[in-house]
Design a protein around this ligand. Structure first.
Ligand code: FAD
Length: 371
């Protein structure tokens, strides 16, 4: 480390993305300082579903690679990270959605993702609480779940990573100004502060996408896989207006997470009863017994959405020394290891494990203004 620098790399944000980047950089021998303002970020609010998504080839490449990385990391994760390889079961309500399941199956199989089409009767055998009359489903074997806040803490607890509670008020290339007016410098600064990224870089095209979640009391063995309606792909993930989709996830505690909702154009963190009711009604349409369960807490969180749904990973083209790892929308827990590997490869000028161009910031910010 050069004299006058507080670290080789300063990472802004200790959510799952900042933590994964910090761990990957530290494992390459760099001294990393992580600054976090202690705001309630998306990592603490999300579902922790690790899933391969294939809305487009770049999303599939990053999620598929990241799932491989999570499975490789799994033996090292402490119990508190609550990692389980329980698989995702995509639910088809009708023949049209079963056709979507079939296309998805072919697409994923072609990319080497282990998956299986499930008939209506096999679906009820695997998940007896599902309502009768569903058309079938698609099981993705390698998907899983984890508890993201504990996993981020585990990543930050890596030799060469230091943490400091501080709010960054400005960034200038490889320098940051803190709340108290002090400037800190490093060889590089990584911006990984989720939905607050625009506060430090107003030019970033990131918008908040609000989500509601509910957790139930403990009902062990009610559900085995994470259950997601196939309509999620069209009705919720890509929608611009408010939307809900059935998403039921069994926690290792026996509790169930119930989601998912999406709303643009609001930063109000209040739980909205109309949206919560709509979301729960949708889930109960797939699993009628849910209506008898006791929900113990509902909350909201904000996903940092980019215009094309992909994260921005790489050096800021106009601010040399500032690296971006932002805009992970509803998939940042899944894609944290892939993001970290992409970032590290670019920082070290190495060939990345997957093609970097679809995630480069210049697709929104223009070509680099430096050599
Ligand atoms: C309801 C919901 C459900 C979700 N479900 C899933 C899911 O099932 N699977 C999945 O893969 N993803 C899911 N996500 C998405 C996932 O949670 C996010 O993509 C991911 O957590 C983003 O992590 P992050 O580190 O970028 O941001 P955050 O977790 O928001 O962390 C940003 C950090 O930056 C800090 N910070 C902000 N500004 C400053 C500043 N100026 N100075 C210092 N520190 C600062 C904050 O304190 C915060 O700790 C969900 C999100 C939501 C909201």
């Amino acid at each position: 480390m050069n004299e006058g620098l507080v670290a080789d790399v300063i990472v802004i944000g200790a959510g799952i993305i900042g933590a994964a980047c910090a761990q990957a950089l530290a494992r390459r021998g760099l001294q990393v300082l992580v600054l976090d303002a202690g705001l309630h970020g998306a990592t603490a609010a999300g579902m922790g579903h690790l899933l391969v998504l294939d809305d487009n080839p770049a999303e599939l490449a990053l999620s598929r690679y990241s799932l491989q990385r999570w499975r490789a990391l799994a033996p090292d994760l402490p119990d508190g990270c609550a990692y389980r390889n329980n698989g995702t079961l995509w639910l088809a309500a009708n023949a049209e959605e079963m056709a979507v399941a079939h296309d998805k199956y072919l697409n994923l199989q072609a990319q080497g993702v282990a998956c299986e089409l499930i008939s209506a009767s096999a679906l009820r055998q695997r998940e007896p609480e599902l309502r009768e009359g569903l058309e079938g489903g698609l099981l993705i074997h390698g998907d899983g779940i984890l508890y993201a806040p504990a996993t981020a803490n585990w990543m930050l607890d890596t030799p060469n990573v230091r943490q400091r509670r501080a709010r960054v008020r400005a960034v200038d290339g490889n320098r940051v100004r803190l709340d108290d007016g002090h400037w800190l410098s490093a060889e590089a600064v990584v911006l990984a502060n989720g939905i607050q990224a625009n506060e430090l870089c107003p030019e970033l095209p990131i918008e908040p996408k609000k989500g509601h979640l509910l957790i139930t009391d403990r009902y062990p063995h009610t559900v085995t896989h994470t259950l997601v309606e196939l309509g999620y792909v069209t009705s919720a993930h890509n929608a611009t207006g408010p939307s809900t989709a059935c998403n039921i996830q069994p926690r290792p505690t026996g509790q169930l997470f119930i989601g998912a909702s999406r709303q643009f154009g609001t930063t109000d963190p209040q739980v909205e009863s109309w949206m919560l009711a709509k979301m729960l009604k949708r889930a109960a349409e797939y699993m009628p017994g849910l209506a008898r369960l006791n929900g113990i807490r509902a909350w909201t969180g904000f996903r940092a959405a980019s215009p094309d749904g992909l994260p921005l990973v790489g050096q800021h083209p106009q601010r040399q020394g500032l690296w971006l790892a932002v805009g992970h929308e509803g998939l940042g827990v899944t894609t944290a290891p892939g993001t970290a590997d992409l970032l590290v490869a670019q920082l070290f000028n190495e060939t990345p494990p997957l093609a970097a161009p679809p995630y480069l910031p210049q697709r929104f910010l223009g070509e680099p203004a430096y050599a």
